[in-house]
Ligand binder design. Structure first.
Ligand code: RP5
Length: 170
């Protein structure tokens, strides 16, 4: 039986969801299948473990794991699977995500977490990175990613032209 690869998006709390909507928007844009779970490395360690192992068995190709503060979720997921794990440090708490960034990125050798930027910008890039991983074995996704980059480049050139015009008319 061939399993359809999907992305598993985990977050330590439902309070992370407003940030993680940015990941889901990107996955929706590219028509990628995903599952979303609230699962905490600290509050529900056994459920997190059970979900990761089950998702891997069912064809999860990439895990995205988001957490704030002492953000160990991505690392805990990475310890359980050899699938790529993308970590999103969430800007929760008084340190505004700098604590989560260091907790997520400073993994020991052999257990990597591909860590993106803090907050919504990182969540968006987590979506793109997950699509890029899937695109290694999916020509439709690779072509859609390429087309989007071309549109983005054309948009920047247009904005530069508009700025040059504004500067000329000053
Ligand atoms: C982390 O603590 C979660 O990922 C969240 O970013 C933060 C606060 O969680 P709540 O107290 O809002 O549930 O584990």
């Amino acid at each position: 039986m061939t399993l359809t690869p999907f992305v598993a998006v985990l977050m330590g709390s439902d309070s992370d969801f407003p940030v993680m909507k940015s990941t889901l928007e990107v996955l929706d844009t590219f028509g990628v299948q995903y599952e979303v779970r609230v699962s905490s490395a600290h509050r529900t360690p056994t459920a997190t473990r059970d979900y990761v192992l089950d998702a891997q068995d069912r064809g999860c190709a990439v895990f995205v794991a988001a957490a704030g503060m002492a953000a160990h979720l991505a690392g805990a997921v990475a310890a359980l699977t050899v699938r790529p794990v993308i970590g999103v440090p969430v800007d929760a708490g008084p340190l505004r995500g700098e604590d989560a960034l260091l907790s997520t990125v400073q993994m020991p050798g052999g257990i990597p977490v591909a860590t993106v930027a803090i907050g919504k910008a990182g969540a968006k890039n987590a979506g793109y990175l997950a699509v890029q991983v899937l695109a290694v074995a999916d020509d439709r996704l690779a072509s859609a990613l390429g087309s989007e980059r071309e549109r983005n480049a054309a948009d920047i050139l247009r904005r530069n032209d508009a700025l040059q015009e504004t500067l000329r008319d000053r």
